[in-house]
Design a protein around this ligand. Structure first.
Ligand code: SAM
Length: 266
């Protein structure tokens, strides 16, 4: 079942009812879930279950479910969404245990609905890899998908991810949603390079969802921009080539210059 991502008022009536009636709660961190249950005035046995739980621990938990009603929660938001639970649900279903899902908050959906980016098609891609090459590979894989891309992100890595997006997905609208449902909630939109500049001078805090709008409709996709830059660089230095392409496309010169330097290296 889903639990709040910040504002405790976002717990659903049904979640409170099931937490009050279940036999036990399986959770990622017993201290975090104990706080939520204390707030609700509910006492239940808390069973730790997370991504480090062994196959045997999962089997034991599923065996217990044959005669006990177990509620699965994560620290915040919806379990299984970049959180533990997938293998548990699958194993329980394979053993014929009835499973249902109680909807509620998930940071990806809250962020998308606040971003001002197209919400008709979106692709949730979890966390971007930490290593530069792996992150670039994922961005290259996702570049042509005609949908808003939604990533979970940490405050420490936001700057690097924005720089990678500026280089790999130039010209796309980006939104950064921070501290959703909490006192300092904010959502900032712009080009990745300008957002990177903003957060370099205002280091972000808290929890973050990073979103990238779909490729622009007039065909100025990454591939077209690359082709334009490469053609311009046959005659010009990267800075001049970036200026020319900026004039032709209306895209940010700084972003194009960064991409031109990347292209010259490869
Ligand atoms: N299962 C959760 C959900 O449904 O939202 C997500 C769990 S994932 C381990 C945690 C990540 O979700 C954070 O690093 C952040 O990217 C995002 N997140 C969670 N709460 C958030 C909030 N209040 N504001 C912005 N992002 C949040």
């Amino acid at each position: 079942m889903a639990t709040p991502i910040g504002n405790l008022g976002d717990i659903t009536k049904r979640a409170v009812d099931i937490l009050a009636r279940c036999d036990a709660v399986a959770c990622e961190d017993t201290r975090v879930t104990a706080k939520l249950l204390n707030h609700l005035g509910i006492r239940k046995p808390l069973w730790r279950y997370d991504d480090h739980s062994s196959d045997q621990q999962r089997e034991n938990l599923v065996s217990a479910m044959h005669d006990k009603a177990v509620a699965l929660v994560s620290d915040a938001g919806t379990p299984l969404i970049s959180d533990p639970g997938y293998r548990l649900v699958k194993t329980a279903q394979e053993q014929g245990i009835p499973v249902t899902s109680l909807p509620g908050p998930s940071a990806a959906i809250v962020a998308l609905t606040l971003s001002g980016l197209p919400s008709d098609r979106f692709l949730f891609a979890g966390f971007l890899p930490v290593k530069d090459k792996a992150r670039d590979d994922v961005l290259a894989e996702l570049a042509r998908i005609p949908a808003t891309l939604v990533f979970y992100e940490s405050a420490q890595r936001l700057g690097k991810s924005l720089e990678a997006i500026a280089a790999r997905l130039p010209g796309r609208e980006v939104a950064v949603a921070r501290e959703l449902t909490k006192a300092f909630e904010e959502c900032r939109r712009g080009e990745a390079a300008s957002l990177a500049g903003h957060y370099a001078s205002h280091p972000p805090r808290g929890e973050i969802v990073l979103m990238v709008g779909p490729p622009v409709e007039n065909g100025e996709t990454e591939v077209d921009v690359d082709a334009l830059l490469l053609a311009a660089m046959e005659q010009e230095k990267p800075s001049q080539a970036a200026a020319q392409v900026a004039k032709a496309t209306g895209m940010e010169r700084k972003t194009l210059y960064a991409r031109a330097l990347e292209l010259r290296k490869s």
